[in-house]
Design a protein around this ligand. Structure first.
Ligand code: GTP
Ligand code: MG
Length: 196
């Protein structure tokens, strides 16, 4: 568990609303519905800390949480969202500005649905992170939905994509928020960043 309680700080709708950059933070990025908010809940052991739902486009603000000495940041998803185009455009632009322009962002966790593997839009976000020199680490989600026999080819394809990106960590985390797989590993990685 993280040192200290995990608490919601605020939902941010514009770059000038971000909290003071006075501590390191990690964020959770990925396509809409990939399981970002659920992963934060699983990691913190709080079922409804971050609001999760079956509707793509659930998270529409940049949500800040404190975890000990650091911030955890839940981002709106990219790709398809079940909301009006103009509204989606606004939060997409904010999410991209955040990824490219937050000096205290220590690592971005890029979530990818294990059933589908990386999509072109993921590659686009990886390029943004490369340009901004934000180290990122891929996290496969919903592992409980994938047969063991189907995992290898997806992992191989993802390794191939990551090898094209200078900001990518080669190590891939495989998780299930539903079953708890990989959650302790992710927590340990984040706690390690907090100690550096
Ligand atoms: P947006 O905020 O809309 O971008 O979505 P999100 O990436 O935050 O996804 P969210 O956590 O809201 O989860 C989307 C759906 O996937 C919900 O119905 C979750 O219950 C489901 N889900 C998330 N993680 C898992 C998992 O590990 N296994 C399974 N089976 N379902 C999951
Ligand atoms: Mg969400």
């Amino acid at each position: 568990m993280f040192a200290g309680p995990v608490e919601f700080v605020k939902g941010v709708v514009a770059m000038d609303g971000l909290p003071p950059a006075d501590r390191i933070e990690v964020c959770f990025a990925g396509r809409s519905n990939v399981g970002k908010s659920s992963l934060i809940n699983a990691m913190t052991g709080r079922k409804a800390l971050a609001r999760a739902s079956n509707t793509p486009g659930r998270t529409q603000e940049i949500n800040y949480f404190t975890a000990g000495e650091m911030f955890l940041v839940d981002l709106p998803g990219y790709g398809f969202a079940n909301a009006p185009v103009a509204v989606v455009g606004k939060w997409q632009a904010l999410m991209r500005s955040y990824l490219g322009g937050r000096p205290t962002l220590r690592r971005a966790f890029l979530l990818i649905d294990h059933r589908h593997g990386p999509k072109p839009v993921d590659d686009e976000i990886m390029k943004l992170l490369d340009r901004a020199a934000v180290p990122f680490q891929a996290v496969l989600t919903k592992a409980d939905k994938v047969k063991a026999s189907e995992r290898g080819p997806i992992l191989d394809r993802l390794r191939g994509v990551l090898s094209q990106h200078p900001a990518a960590f080669p190590e891939i985390l495989v998780t299930s928020s539903e079953k708890g797989d990989g959650i302790a590993d992710l927590r340990a990685v984040i706690a390690g960043l907090g100690r550096d």
